[in-house]
Design a protein around this ligand. Sequence first.
Ligand code: 13P
Length: 254
Amino acid sequence: MSRTAIVAGNWKMNLDRAKARELTAAIAARRGEAAAVELVLCPPALYAETVGTALAAAKSDVALGGQNMHDKASGAFTGEVAPPMLVDLGCRYVILGHSERRTLFGETDAIVNAKTKAALAAGLTPIVCVGETLEEREGNRTEAVVTTQVNGSLAGLSPADVEKIVIAYEPVWAIGTGKVATPQQAQEVHALIRRLLAELSSPAVAAKVRLQYGGSVKPDNAADLAAQPDIDGALVGGASLKADDFLGIAKAFA
Ligand code: 13P
């Protein structure tokens, strides 16, 4: 199996410009510690240019990503960010359908689907997030919820498009809580997602798609997650704000 691991930092609504520059430089300087792993930094959109400039100054191959975007390329959408704007700033990735977008900002699978198609059309690689709440897990509805989210978010994608995307499984109960899914719990859902992708495209395409786990990933739990056959990387929140922690996690996937 030859999937290149991918570890992305979702900075969420944190840091300021000086700190964003500092963190980027620190990660770029030590990038060689996890040379085999693809790294992506997803700063707040307003700081994407700052981070992109710092990466370019360091001649770094660390990629830049957005945390969200609108599905239209331009227009009267006050306060929104268009896909070509992210591309213009050098973004190659965009996180879509993060649970915070789904629960706090009302994003449905249909919206995530429109955004996923728009990202692909703009040449961005979407990192599509799915995951169940604690109530859903305790009600034995994890499989049903994740199935609905994957099928809804990726509806109508061609096999060629499915092959390009990244999926992040982020159980909502593990995000920012310090409660990480056990490697077995995560692997089980990752295997389910790969089966769903095979149904949407083909087993050969599904075998190429990278699946990240997200939710309280730290340097000390990353290796056990990385050892699972269907976990190809991590989408990291809190720990991505410290170069040591982010690189420590990346190294576990090397
Ligand atoms: P934490 O790593 O802070 O739990 O956040 C995970 C997350 O939401 C990444 O997108």
